[in-house]
Ligand binder design. Structure first.
Ligand code: AMP
Length: 394
């Protein structure tokens, strides 16, 4: 059900948001993207006569920890919403219940960090029941935690039969992934990078059923190259995954999916901004060197594949983009996807490091959709129905 199908007038609306924002040592918010992302849902509830009771986690506290209290972000939430926010220093119990009951139409309450109670991460039914007593309607707008079967995401919705829905952010995330997985216009391309093949095996296995082309780059490419007999020098390699890498090569071939690997790479003796670099064939890297970015020939080849694709998913940098000497590949790949998007392709970018990269290059407005959830997006692409989404649909 969509939030627009619910009557919110005079209702206390319990909204699960993801306000797990980074803070500096003075506890100031350093990036308010996640707060901004739920603004549309919160404003919609207020405009339609509801009261917003915001619930969220922050960090991974073991019991109460002042540094991870949501009171530290109240001012920032107020600034983003341009509204006074009432902070309640607990998320369950009689005082919280009273505050929620006494709140008025148009009020916004922010409750304390859900994870101060172990019942949240344990998916505890009693904890979820206590939360359920605070509102009339449940809205989930926290895509970043939708893959967790926690009390506030996987259990709480069961107390709101017929009066629960996804917020605008969550439904946009679901739609973007749905477009990619089920309604993508061909040719469909995935670019999968990042450090480890081990964390992307499931995704690759599912993508083979969906896409026409897969570009495999970044640190994870070297395990594949070694499995094909290449000499990869000191490059990242997970030897225990050589067999799975071979299985993926076999499966892709059987399903007529084109796998593309780098041909030339930027190699160096060490990962440092002062180290000298060379270009080498990915199949013949000197023993004391490691591959840290894609080379010019590869960039040319990958750019052509990107520009002829109509649907593109990108997850994971193609080099050590954090260091200027090894940044060019990731930057040029981002530019090529942006160009394809400008020409009409649908592009979906997700995963923490790809987002950090495009923010660094100031290109975060150049793609069709940027997912706010790293793990949640990866699990969706693996073909899983996320507990937080299942609980809304049931
Ligand atoms: P992941 O979290 O698996 O998506 O990996 C992201 C990390 O992969 C980033 O910190 C990159 O610096 C790193 N990375 C990308 N390419 C390479 C490479 N060729 N060698 C080592 N690390 C890499």
């Amino acid at each position: 059900m969509l939030i627009t199908e619910l009557d919110l007038n005079d209702k206390k609306v319990l909204v699960r948001v993801d306000f797990n924002v980074p803070v500096d040592k003075n506890l100031g918010v350093t990036d308010n993207t996640r707060i901004k992302s739920s603004k549309k849902t919160i404003s919609y509830i207020l405009e339609n006569g509801g009261t917003c009771i915001l619930i969220s986690h922050m960090g991974r506290p073991k019991g109460y920890d002042e540094k991870q209290s949501l009171k530290n972000i109240v001012n920032e939430v107020g600034k983003v919403l341009n509204k006074e926010i009432t902070f309640i220093n607990d998320c369950i119990g009689d005082n919280t219940k009273r505050a929620c009951k006494e709140s008025k139409k148009g009020d916004v309450l922010l409750l304390e960090n859900l994870r101060f109670y172990s019942g949240e991460e344990d998916g505890d039914l009693e904890f979820a029941k206590s939360l359920s007593e605070l509102g009339d309607i449940y809205i989930n707008d926290a895509f970043g935690t939708a893959h967790r079967n926690h009390a506030s995401t996987g259990i709480l919705p069961s107390f709101f039969q017929g009066c629960k829905a996804m917020g605008f952010l969550l439904s946009r995330e679901v739609d973007a992934i749905e477009t990619f997985l089920n309604n993508g216009q061909k040719p469909i391309l995935s670019i999968i990078g990042g450090a480890k093949v081990s964390s992307k095996i499931e995704i690759l296995n599912n993508l083979i059923n969906v896409v026409d082309d897969i570009i495999i780059a970044g640190g994870m490419a070297y395990t594949f190259i070694k499995s094909m007999g290449g000499e990869i020098g000191n490059s990242l390699c997970e030897d225990e995954f050589l067999k799975q890498a071979k299985d993926i090569l076999f499966l892709a071939n059987r399903k007529n999916v084109n796998l593309h690997f780098p041909e030339d790479v930027i190699v160096s003796r060490e990962i440092s901004k002062t180290s000298s670099t060379e270009v080498a064939s990915i199949y013949n890297i000197p023993t004391h060197m490691e591959g840290l970015d894609i080379g010019p020939k590869t960039l040319n080849k990958f750019s052509k594949i990107i520009l002829r694709s109509n649907t593109i998913l990108w997850n994971g940098p193609v080099g050590v983009f954090e260091i200027p000497n090894f940044q060019n590949g990731t930057k040029q790949i981002a530019s090529a996807i942006a160009k394809a998007t400008e020409c009409g392709a649908f592009s979906l970018v997700g995963g923490g490091d790809s987002i950090s990269a495009i923010k660094l290059f100031r290109m975060d407005d150049k793609f069709s959709y940027i997912s706010t959830g790293g793990g949640a997006m990866l699990e969706s692409i693996e073909g899983k129905v996320l507990p937080g989404i299942k609980a809304i649909l049931n």
